[in-house]
Design a protein around this ligand. Sequence first.
Ligand code: NAI
Length: 707
Amino acid sequence: MTDLVQFTKDNGIAVITINNPPVNALSPGVPEGISEALDQIAQDDTVKAVVLIGGGRTFVAGADIKEFGRMASGKPRGAGLLPLLLKIEDSSKPVIVAIHGTAFGGGLELAMAGHYRVALSSAQVGQPEVKLGLIPGAAGTQRLPRLAGVARAVEMCTSGNPVKAEEALKFGIVDRLIEDDLLAGAVAFAREVAGKCAPKTRERDEKLGNVADNVQIFSSARETAAKKQCGLIAPVAAISAVEAATKMPFEEGCKVEQKLFIDCLFSQQSKSLIHVFFSEREVNKIPDIPKETPIIPVKSAAVVGAGTMGGGIAMVLANAGLPVLLKEADQAALDRGLATIQLNYANSVKRGRFPQQVAEERLKRITPTLTYDDFSSVDLVIEAVFEGLALKKEIFKELDRVCKPGAILASNTSTLSIDEIASSTSRPDFVIGTHFFSPANVMRLLEIVRGKASSKEVIATCMQLSKSLGKVGVLVGNCRGFVGNRMFGPYRREAQFLVEEGAGIEDVDQALSGFGMAMGPLATGDLAGLDVGWRIRKEYRHLEVPGIRQPFAEDRLCELGRYGQKTGAGWYKYDDQRRATPDPLVTELVRKWVDEAGIVQRQISAGEITDRCLYALINEGARILEEGYALRASDIDIIYLNGYGFPAHRGGPMWYADTVGLKQVCDRVFEFHRQHGEIWRPAPLLKRLADEGKRFADFGKEEGAAA
Ligand code: NAI
């Protein structure tokens, strides 16, 4: 037997334990080990029943995700799960699966092949494959409806969401909940059923429903998937696989599931989602900052500025259990900031996110103040005042004076240089950027901006802090706009050019939302406030190079007071519920302005719209990567997935470019360069990788690369 699986006997009950830490993934060796144990048990007349349990902190959290990649490249290791599951089900001695932690994916498929399942009440079960663009591939779609009913199985396989043990008991997935000692409870259960005729899940059909109900279930599931998971292959495949369970014998249903599983496995969507899974883990690896770098304890914090961002950041810190001082410049601003925080918490309670008592506890952790008096005790300060260098420098000078040595001084600036800000302190090594996204209490992304002096301890602490705040922290370099906004500039610039050149406002947004973006670029501008970019452009106008084309329609809209949703009008007009409708006036105004500028409008295809917006984004991403402001192409992907509504099934902008092929992307960028001039100059890295037939994903892994 492999050392991943152990087998002991306890007075007539065999206990098979899976030991493949940390999560007992079903790596090669695990199924084989269980199979061997079952062979021995079959020969042993003293054994009357079998308990299958996980060692360590969980039962089986799922398949080994690296195996999916190997299967997709035609090099699977091991025979897979299916033969083992039949062997378990055909065992003449009842097999009781004991679940703690999680039984996800292959873990649940394994559990469902057992004759009975018992679980701790803290356990969870689920078929999350859809989140990796897959469906269950070891008869999960065939056994789950037999245990939980058709509607429940469809729901679980299409959403991928976990189900708590108590619900699993109610649904029929689990037969008994055990308190405290799982093994003892499972062995006691095994003694109860030993020697009795055990039900085989695959032979049960009492929950497979009737034709009329099932037709209804599948058609409404398909409708929901078309609406909420538009364009995704896996949820639709999962529905078809469960449908097969209701229409054909188990063996035939398994064949249908296998075929659909393979279709998904070879799809680009699945490859992209698996890329996202690994990239989210990779993001924590910083080459020059070892895992053992000391972490500065952060037990209390302060936020300067209680506006849009400061208020949200104070909530994030308080939600994570930290006491927070919230400082404002005057009482009116402080009152406004606090009122917004209170309203946000009240709304969360109303929506059932957490009880009133939790809201009160969180609110109590925030202490409003107009002075720096108590700042001397805090471990971390995050500054979120107006975007102005002089003001920020003045505040950091003050923070340097009042804060204790060792306190981390962070700025939420979105455009200013962290090094400049740090230069106003005597401790630039303790200064860093923590760039939250709006609304700070909702958006998962946190760009952690490394100044040239930021210490390794401060960086490691902020990376770890991001996790305890429920954020995805990505380390970026200190350039204007950092990574996310620096790339977003060219993306939105193209959207505006396209409208000026004749594309419809909604056509631009629809092309990008059709691609999968959570929102089109013009509607996003309206949401964030068109005036933000307008003010920045005014401030940096002196840096514009003469002769280089700039979009102008958006600035004109701002001059008319059309700032977007907050003023009820921007690219679109908005009702009091902030619902958008197209505004023919804007189309008319743009036409007049471009006429005056001598631009001749033309018909523009959806393909050109997506290529121009996305390739502008990618071209800038390539520059950022080459200049070393992002550590890896996949870090840029994580930024776009978590902060900018980029569709996960496309893997992020850099991964998407790799899937299109850099040669094709580069050729198109050259074409746009010829048509539209300097702003489209191809990034040297894009050209080099395209010429060499490489991918962005290879960058940094090449010999001698700087990253
Ligand atoms: P805001 O205008 O909503 O809030 C700024 C607050 O700072 C105001 O309430 C103001 O009274 C306060 N303030 C000014 N001087 C102060 C002082 N000496 N002491 C204490 N408070 C003072 O601005 P917002 O949008 O919250 O932006 C704050 C920072 O976050 C800026 O650096 C901005 O670039 C950045 N940021 C903004 C994002 C956004 O979407 N709004 C997104 C990411 C970063």
